[in-house]
Structures are given as structure tokens and as C-alpha cells.
Design a protein around this ligand. Structure first.
Ligand code: C2E
Ligand code: CA
Ligand code: CA
Length: 279
């Protein structure tokens, strides 16, 4: 038993160590990523459920590492958040998304909103509102074509402060949406405490919506609640026709997911968009 305990301990420290060195590696490399132009944005369309018409765009961060290839944001955003690197990275994302959206508008594409994820640290930084204002001025994007995504987790610390920030952002004409709704700690009725414009339903509720009675009930409840408060509902992670159909039946306003299109680089996105305009 003693031997076993030691082995378990050895394995534990080993895996902890490799996890730690992985973190340190990522943090170290991430420091240079911005300067070396290794960060890039991919874009995923948000569409009308029946016609697939593009109604919006979500910007998603990608890290193209020369040796490791594409690294997923779920792997490096938490580390960027911890180290504070998320502040300059988040600023870059916001500027790049606004710049690209304005460019597409200038090229004659339909004017739509671009959604950008905010991290908690970014959201709680004092200069956020000022930074958004500056970036909108610099890129000349009209505020109504920018949407910022926050999550329920932001609310826990200080709901009053959170709503003050949300209202400050909305006062500029920027849309604020609540992402991954229902996956956090709050109950659905908490929705009334957020002064947001849009609710995004998480993929975990959309998955198996055809067979999972709990999921369909949750989705229906979220949509009814949101509509009762005049909020728009967007469902994420639609992968099948069944999911699309059911969400349509339950009056979901807009949809996003691999069924319609995966996130892609700006060139491929423009190509897809051009095709849809012709059809
Ligand atoms: P999210 O905001 O919930 O974004 C949606 C995620 O679901 C994206 O993953 C997207 O590629 C993926 N997705 C979309 N449709 C489908 C589908 O039909 N099936 C499946 N399986 N997945 C789908 P991604 O790009 O890996 O991003 C993961 C998360 O990383 C995002 O979740 C977001 O919270 C975070 N993230 C991404 N970019 C940024 C950023 O610029 N800043 C911050 N702070 N976070 C970001
Ligand atoms: Ca998100
Ligand atoms: Ca989400």
C-alpha cells in the first residue's frame, strides 16, 4: 500500500509538473505571439434559420504557432487571462474585428454586426469603455455593428458594477449579449438582472435536442423568457437538420453552427458570403 501511495504521488507530481511546464511554455510563447503576428481571427456566420442568410458574424481567436500549428483558444485564453496578457490580446481582437467588419462594409457586403468575446479581466478593466470608443473611432465602424459577448460568470462578483459597465457600453450604441446562457451558476430567472440585448444559448443545450427532453425544455424556457423581455435569442452549435428544425419550431431568432458553416479565415468567409449574395 505504501508503494502504491508513492506511485500515485509520483504520478500526480509528474502530471502536475507537465501541466505546469505546458502553462509556462504557452505563457512564454504567447508573449511573443502578438509581435510575431501569430494571432489571427476566424469568422463564423450567424444566420437566419430557414434561408441561411448571413445576419451576423462571430470573431474567434486563433493562434497559429510555427511549430505547434493552430492552438485552440480554450487552451490559451485561460492562461492569457491569468497572466494578464489577455488585455493586449483582447484589444488586438477588438480592433481587428472592427477593422475587418468595416472593410467588408466598404467592399459592399450587407452591413451586419460582428460579435467579439470579452474576457472577465478585460470586462473589469477600468479603461474598457474608453478603449472601445477609441477603437470604433480609429476603425470608423458604426457602433451598432459591434456586439460584445459576456458570460454569467462576470455577474457573480458585483452585479451592480457589471450592469453599470453594460449600460456604459450600450450607451455608445454597441450591443451586449450574454453568452453560454444557462451553463453558469445562476438560474434562468436571473436573466432579468442583466441589461443585455441578446441571449446566446449554449451548444450543450442544443446537442441532442431531438432526443433529450430536458434540453428541449430548457431551450424552450430560455427562448420564452428572453422573448418576454424583448431580447433576441441566438442558438450556438447547431450541427444537424433536426436541431435546426426544432429550434426553428421554438422561434429561435438566429442560429450558428457547423450545420451552416464552420469558423474560417477572412478570405474564405468573404468567398462564402459572395456566393450567398448571388444565390
Ligand atoms: P464561444 O464564445 O462559446 O464560441 C463558440 C465556440 O463553439 C467556438 O469555439 C466555435 O468554433 C464553436 N462552434 C461553433 N459552432 C459549432 C458547432 O456546430 N459544433 C461545435 N462542436 N462547435 C461549434 P472556439 O473557436 O474553439 O472558441 C472556444 C471559446 O474560446 C469561445 O467559446 C470563447 O469563449 C473563447 N474565445 C474565442 N475567441 C476569443 C476571444 O477573442 N477572446 C476571448 N476572451 N475568448 C475567446
Ligand atoms: Ca464566449
Ligand atoms: Ca458560447
Amino acid at each position: 500500500a505504501k508503494e502504491e501511495g508513492r506511485n500515485t504521488y509520483a504520478m500526480y507530481t509528474e502530471s502536475l509538473q507537465s501541466k505546469l511546464s505546458e502553462q509556462i511554455w504557452i505563457e512564454h510563447q504567447l508573449h511573443k505571439a502578438l509581435d510575431l503576428n501569430q494571432l489571427t481571427l476566424h469568422y463564423q456566420p450567424i444566420v437566419e434559420g430557414i434561408t441561411s442568410e448571413i445576419l451576423g458574424i462571430e470573431a474567434l481567436l486563433r493562434w497559429n504557432h510555427p511549430e505547434r500549428g493552430l492552438i485552440s483558444p480554450t487552451q490559451f485564453i485561460p492562461i492569457a487571462e491569468q497572466s494578464g496578457l489577455i488585455i493586449p490580446i483582447g484589444q488586438w481582437v477588438l480592433r481587428e474585428a472592427c477593422r475587418q467588419n468595416k472593410k467588408w462594409q466598404d467592399e459592399g457586403f450587407q452591413k451586419v454586426r460582428i460579435a467579439v468575446n470579452l474576457s472577465a479581466r478585460q470586462f473589469y478593466s477600468e479603461s474598457l469603455t474608453e478603449e472601445i470608443r477609441t477603437i470604433l473611432e480609429e476603425t470608423e465602424l458604426t457602433p451598432q455593428y459591434l456586439e460584445l459577448k459576456i458570460t454569467e460568470g462576470f455577474m457573480i462578483k458585483d452585479p451592480d458594477y457589471v450592469n453599470t459597465v453594460i449600460n456604459g457600453i450600450r450607451a455608445m450604441g454597441v450591443t451586449v449579449s450574454i453568452d453560454d446562457f444557462g451553463t453558469g451558476y445562476s438560474s434562468l430567472s436571473q436573466l432579468r438582472n442583466f441589461s443585455v440585448n441578446v441571449v446566446k444559448i449554449d451548444r450543450s443545450f442544443v446537442q441532442n435536442i431531438g432526443t433529450d427532453r430536458n434540453n428541449i425544455s430548457i431551450v424552450r424556457a430560455i427562448i420564452e423568457l428572453a422573448h418576454g423581455m424583448n431580447l433576441k435569442v441566438v442558438a450556438e452549435g447547431i450541427e444537424t437538420e433536426t436541431e435546426r428544425k426544432l429550434l426553428q419550431q421554438h422561434n429561435c431568432d438566429e442560429m450558428q453552427g457547423y450545420f451552416f458553416a464552420k469558423p474560417m479565415d477572412s478570405d474564405r468567409f468573404a468567398q462564402l458570403w459572395r456566393q450567398r449574395m448571388i444565390n
